[in-house]
Design a protein around this ligand. Structure first.
Ligand code: FAD
Length: 423
């Protein structure tokens, strides 16, 4: 599926649902209130899509921050291929579209009274609530890796200050130093992200610190498009990148932050720069609101994203269990559009039509080479499963030239920012 098709499908989903919503002959009623907590890719897209589908709905978006720094393309910023400022968006376009933006943190949800409470003490009532809080980190894995350790060994798995810290450490590293990336087991946001990061750091090393190396310590025994990444590393960087699978003792068990040593079952490895990506679970609010299972993530109805655990609340983006869909910005946007259509339909006493979801993740392999991992997904029973055909649309083969794929990646980034933030 091409980038333009993704946007067309998104637009069609909005247009179709909007037609259905406005053709309603229902008598005038009080304005329905949709409250969305979390203004990342999922929440912001849902806010814009809901307003576009039915401008009569009162849409409130609550986020702790007025500015949002995108994780997509943050690996480029790490190695100086783009500025941090270029990753930053604000809420101005959302407000212009009629979304009420509240800068605050939601600390509690009262599902019986249908209202949320914020850190500043406000109580905000809703008819439908969307929770899109992204992820939280499970500190303590590896042993010794807590939030304070991330000030020395950055994770950079939320973009912003952590990205800047890791970038600064890479610039300051002596030539010959080892950069280690520790990848956790289990579900993480952006599954190809660690390997894109390794690629771009290797590119930086090739140019500025040619005697250095990148070691990927992996708690897994395979990773997405391992074939393409491995071939690209060899072609672009020779032996600079070394991947150590869990089967070869790749899982980091303990970190010695003061000495900068990573301990695995093979012993201790001193490093110059340690990028430790911790295991992940949904944002705190999902847990506080009773939306997450004991296993961690939030079960939802795959057609509406309404929680299976709490009625009237929808969970989208990284926090939800979307089965075959990866935890990516494009998946979050695709879910958000459907969630908005389902809410608008429900508020008008109708049912939204069955969706096809999409995701595309671009990984930069080098400044002039990129890989796209695309997927289309459909609902099968209570699950979301990958659609395997037709081959030309869903093929994982690299059908475009390296330079074309880089251009697609840049255009995708511009487009998805527009879809989510209007800017
Ligand atoms: P987020 O974008 O994390 O947004 C969550 C928002 O909720 C935040 O703004 C936060 O402030 C807010 N929030 C949380 N709790 C509260 C609360 N209690 N009250 C108020 N606000 C709250 N995806 C791609 O598709 N393509 C890529 O190329 C890509 N590259 C990536 C590269 C890296 C290095 C990383 C780490 C990720 C990448 N991703 C990529 C993944 C993508 O960033 C995430 O999947 C996406 O951001 C998920 O969107 P979300 O809305 O679920 O969560």
């Amino acid at each position: 599926m091409r980038r333009r098709d993704f946007l067309r499908l998104t637009a069609l989903a909005c247009a179709g649902a909007a037609t259905r919503a406005h053709s309603s002959t229902a008598p005038a009623r009080p304005k329905a209130r949709v409250v969305i907590v979390g203004g990342g890719f999922g929440g912001s897209t849902c806010a814009l899509a809901t307003r576009r589908l039915d401008p009569r709905i009162d849409v409130t978006l609550i986020d702790a921050n007025y500015r949002y720094v995108t994780c997509p393309m943050s690996n480029e910023a790490l190695v100086g291929l783009r500025t941090m400022a270029s990753l930053s968006v604000d809420r101005a376009e959302l407000v212009r579209a009629g979304v009420r933006f509240v800068r605050d943190r939601v600390v509690a949800v009262d599902a019986d009274r249908r209202r949320v409470r914020t850190e500043s003490g406000a109580a905000i009532e809703y008819d439908r609530l969307v929770v899109a809080p992204g992820i939280r980190f499970l500190w303590g894995t590896p042993q010794g890796y807590d939030e304070s350790a991330s000030a020395i060994m950055p994770h950079a798995w939320n973009a912003g200050a952590q990205t800047e810290l890791l970038a600064m450490q890479l610039r300051a590293m002596r030539d010959g130093g080892i950069v280690a990336i520790s990848v956790p087991a289990g579900l993480i946001r952006c599954p190809p992200g660690p390997y894109e990061r390794a690629s771009l750091i290797a590119g930086f090393i090739k140019q500025h610190k040619p005697r250095s190396k990148v070691l990927i310590f992996d708690a897994n025994n395979h990773f997405p498009r391992q074939d393409v990444f491995t071939a690209a590393w060899k072609a672009h960087y020779g032996d600079t990148v070394e991947w150590i699978s869990v089967l070869d003792g790749g899982a980091v068990l303990r970190v010695d932050v003061a000495q900068k040593i990573l301990h695995t079952s093979n012993g201790g490895q001193p490093v110059a720069v340690a990028n430790i990506i911790p295991p992940q679970a949904p944002g705190e609010l999902a847990v506080a609101a009773g939306l997450a299972t004991g296993h961690g993530w939030c079960p939802i109805d795959p057609a509406t994203f309404e929680s299976q655990l709490v009625a009237g609340i929808h969970v989208i983006g990284d926090a939800c269990i979307a089965d075959a869909m990866p935890k990516s910005a494009s998946a979050a946007c695709s879910q958000a559009v459907q969630c908005a259509a389902a809410i608008v339909a429900t508020l008008s006493g109708r049912t939204a039509s069955a969706p096809v979801y999409e995701s595309v993740c671009y990984s930069m392999l080098a400044p002039d080479d990129a890989l796209a991992i695309r997927g289309r997904f459909e609902i099968a029973g209570r699950a979301i499963r990958a659609i395997s055909a037709p081959a030309d649309e869903t093929s994982q083969a690299r059908t475009s030239s390296a330079r074309e794929e880089v251009a697609h990646a840049r255009a995708w980034y511009r487009d998805i920012r527009k879809t989510a933030f209007g800017a």
